[in-house]
Design a protein around this ligand. Structure first.
Ligand SMILES: Nc1ncnc2c1ncn2[C@@H]1O[C@H](COP(=O)(O)OP(=O)(O)O)[C@@H](O)[C@H]1O
Ligand SMILES: [Mg+2]
Length: 510
């Protein structure tokens, strides 16, 4: 007789159904696992045997075969331990097989029979719920699995004994509660920043329309400081966005204590980060920084210092809002709709543009440094601003800058205006102006006649390309949204044009 237990394999954040089949038959004693198991899955035989011994069960000296179907899908990770052991316990009659058929199962076993944390419980729970099943997962994953819905039956035992007792009815496991992260710790606040009025304004616009932002300025101007204060003015995530973000974090094993937070992710990879760390990859095709920044901010400080390969790999996710990891025989896709905030010095020594300073290497210092950023990459950054050194008079002045709370309120209002507009047009998957493409842009911007005239002049003088024009209009739309105007005025367009700082000879045209 064959016992079946449902489990999952992960392809990105998607949980693909896998059927674990166990058969105990007469023949020479053997224990084999088939169905494209990786090393961790093949080793699960030893953990299963020991865990069974620990709870006083022994595998019979018979031929034991475990098959993971579909057989051509690669199975990676240690979460197959628990479904395998449960399928065997079903075959041995320790747990009624029909009780097991109501659940999808995942978890790793210790030699002593305890069940330990595995990554991916949230997407597994969502998958199980979609198939009308409950979920059996480790106790440490219970809080995160419980988020998949009130009606999902979740069993989160600490060890095998508890699970056996639950099915025997002698100790009932209670449903774990979904846990929310404690967001009491305050975020860095904008009031710490003195002066830098124009950079603050650009940050507010970037937040309001989820536009990508590049800040160029000398060291110590406060670029890193500004970027780190962006999360404090971004609106919290909606429930659906929070779930998307948490699924990615869950697969990466980064959902601390299974607690979900409505705060937008803020990822700050070091400039030495490898391509695999940024895009994702390695064992089990883990998500990279770009996917982990989904619905939030990817802050790349010292932008030109990143590996050229990494910089170029940004282009595709910025366009398609997803990262694709190529494996031997399939592709893994993660959502990656992030807002890029980049900061850089104008040149290697960081002193270009300083009054009275001439670099030993002349203009080449700045040219070489900025040339590390390709045109197509810069082209995808809507806002490019210069952050000058902070003035001594501003620093010494006792008056603090505007705090984050009122700015956040304006940003939230502007975003609500965008959402209402998209909803009126029946575009449910559009969230911010940064998602606006060409056709739609014309429909939603309609600048006033004087604005159109200015745009024509600018297009000629600054040699704006069609794409460049779209970018200006998109930012102008956000500026108007921030000001509460339905029509885009000439002033909005003039301001949008001012955020096209020249980098690497890529002029305002791009
Ligand atoms: N506008 C500012 N207001 C207050 N302090 C500032 C400002 N700009 C810079 N500083 C101070 O200078 C330090 C360095 O700023 P940082 O953001 O790291 O500069 P950058 O990233 O531009 O090199 C900050 O930690 C802060 O103490
Ligand atoms: Mg810095």
């Amino acid at each position: 007789m064959v016992t079946h237990v449902s489990t999952v394999a992960f392809s990105g954040i998607e949980a693909v159904a896998v059927d674990v089949q166990a058969q105990i038959s007469s023949g020479l004693p053997a224990f084999t696992v088939v169905g494209l198991p990786d090393k961790a899955v093949a080793e699960s035989r030893e953990r299963v045997r020991s865990a069974l011994t620990a709870i006083g069960l022994a595998l019979p000296p018979k031929r034991i075969t475990v098959n993971l179907a579909p057989a051509d899908l690669p199975k990676e990770g240690s979460h197959f331990d628990l479904p395998i052991v449960l399928a065997l316990m079903g075959a041995l009659g320790v747990i009624p097989a029909d009780a097991l058929s109501r659940y999808a199962v995942l978890g790793e076993l210790s030699l002593d029979g305890s069940i330990t944390y595995v990554a991916g419980a949230l997407p597994a729970a969502m998958g199980a719920s979609g198939r009308g099943l409950g979920l059996i997962c480790p106790e440490a994953c219970g809080a995160e699995a419980a988020w998949a819905g009130d009606r999902l039956d979740v069993l989160a035992p600490e060890n095998l004994i508890q699970l056996v007792n639950h099915f025997k009815g002698s100790q009932v496991l209670s449903r774990p509660r979904p846990a929310k992260a404690d967001d009491a710790a305050p975020l860095p606040d904008l009031c710490d920043i003195k002066g830098q009025e124009s950079a603050r304004r650009a940050l507010e616009i970037a937040a309001a329309g989820a536009h990508n932002l590049l800040m160029v300025g000398p060291p110590g101007a406060g670029k890193s400081m500004l970027a780190q204060r962006l999360p404090s003015i971004l609106p919290p995530m909606a429930a659906e966005e929070m779930l998307e973000v948490s699924m990615i974090a869950s697969v990466a094993g980064e959902l601390k204590g299974g607690r979900l937070s409505p705060r937008r992710p803020f990822r700050e990879p070091h400039h030495s980060a490898s391509q695999a760390a940024m895009v994702g990859g390695g064992q089990r095709a883990r998500p990279g920084e770009m996917a982990l920044a989904h619905n939030g901010v990817l802050f790349m400080d010292e932008f030109p210092e990143f590996l050229p390969k990494v910089l170029e790999s940004l282009r595709q996710p910025m366009e398609s809002a997803a990262t694709v990891i190529a494996r031997a025989n399939h592709h893994v896709t993660y959502p990656a709709r992030f807002q890029l905030v980049a900061a850089m010095n104008p040149c290697k020594c960081g002193r270009a543009g300083e009054p009275g300073y001439t670099c030993r290497r002349g203009a080449r210092c700045a040219d070489d440094y900025q040339a590390r950023l390709s045109g197509p990459l810069l082209d995808r950054i809507d806002l490019r601003i210069e952050v000058p050194a902070v003035r001594a008079s501003d620093l010494i002045a006792a008056t603090p800058g505007e705090a984050s709370a009122p700015v956040a309120a304006r940003v939230a209002e502007a975003r609500e205006r965008q959402r209402a507009r998209f909803r009126a047009l029946g575009l449910r998957d559009m969230r911010t102006n940064a998602d606006l493409g060409g056709d739609l842009l014309d429909e939603v911007t309609r600048p006033e006649p004087q604005g159109v005239k200015l745009l024509h002049q600018a297009a000629e003088q600054m040699q704006l390309s069609a794409r460049g024009l779209h970018r200006v209009l998109r930012v102008a739309r956000t500026i108007a949204d921030l000001g509460g105007r339905e029509d885009v005025t000439r002033i909005d367009i003039a301001e949008a044009l001012s955020y096209r700082h020249l980098v690497n000879g890529v002029s305002a045209a791009a």
